[in-house]
Write a protein that binds this ligand. Sequence first.
Ligand code: FAD
Length: 311
Amino acid sequence: TQKIAKAEKEKRPYWSFEYFPPKTHQGLLNLYDRLERMYRLGPEFIDVTWGAGGSTSELTLEICATAQTVYGLETCMHLTCTCMPREKVDDALRECKENGIQNILALRGDPPHGSDTWEACDGGFTHAVDLVRYIRQQYGDYFCIGVAGYPEGHTECESKELDMQYLKEKVEAGADYIVTQLFYDTDLFLNWVQECRRMGIQCPILPGIMPIQNFNGFKRMTTLSQTAVPQAIYDALEPIKDDDQAIKDYGIQLAIEMCKKIQAAGLTGFHFYTMNLERSVRLILEGLQFVAPVEVMRPLPWNPSKSRKRE
Ligand code: FAD
């Protein structure tokens, strides 16, 4: 967004929050409450995922439109190529424009549920780069476009070098910034950023930070995305794996350390995979001293004399 460019120029820290469309109506109401509360944490923008194969397209659009127009949040909509013939892409982009949404994360997408391999649909795009080109061609500079980057290489790509070459093509086709896949090895991420710079990829890179919320979820997620986890993290998690609160607290401290190291290396933007949760992200931002601590509301000590006076 223009806002990213401005924040980068000012060299000040900034952050974005990613959410996914909930499955139930109650979940949706909870998400709206959360968006409203997390507005106060000052995200530069928020973004909403596009369910595998377009399965959440209407809800994603609805949440994005509400976030942008009702809550006044700078909103970025994820858009994928999976099961999306050109007309559907056109409809989604038109609806974004009608609602004042100016940010798109352009993705190829995961295969639809029940399918292991990715295939382009009739009249659709094959790679994210095609979607980036198409948006630029149709809309000029109206949209700020983000793309995905993979510090460990994309799972389908035969080499990290080739994957980075494709990433460069996405930027050259018109992407303004990169958001990365989640990672837990900060050195690996920083080396990858250096490599990107050496390859001539100069746009802002936002590290994708996913605070650990519980042990099983963490294991499932890192296995699914084939993410390298340093042994020290496993060693710290193993003894506390059945204590959800201790895991969350560790996840917060770990994310703070990761962000500090990344900031020390000169990066200023941070993307948080919130998992639609508020507390960890808030405490991480407080721990980094990016936001002031929220006062905890407590009942005042009971004072009967004062209470009688009021009567
Ligand atoms: P691409 O950039 O097209 O890359 C896909 C594969 O093709 C890679 O192996 C790449 O190396 C290769 N490749 C790229 N360009 C070329 C080319 N020109 N020629 C040959 N090979 C090429 N998925 C969803 O379904 N919904 C979401 O909302 C969503 N949000 C995400 C957000 C972030 C920040 C990230 C990191 C991922 C997200 N994903 C989402 C997952 C993403 O869709 C998958 O990782 C998908 O498999 C790849 O998408 P991509 O945009 O990186 O694809």
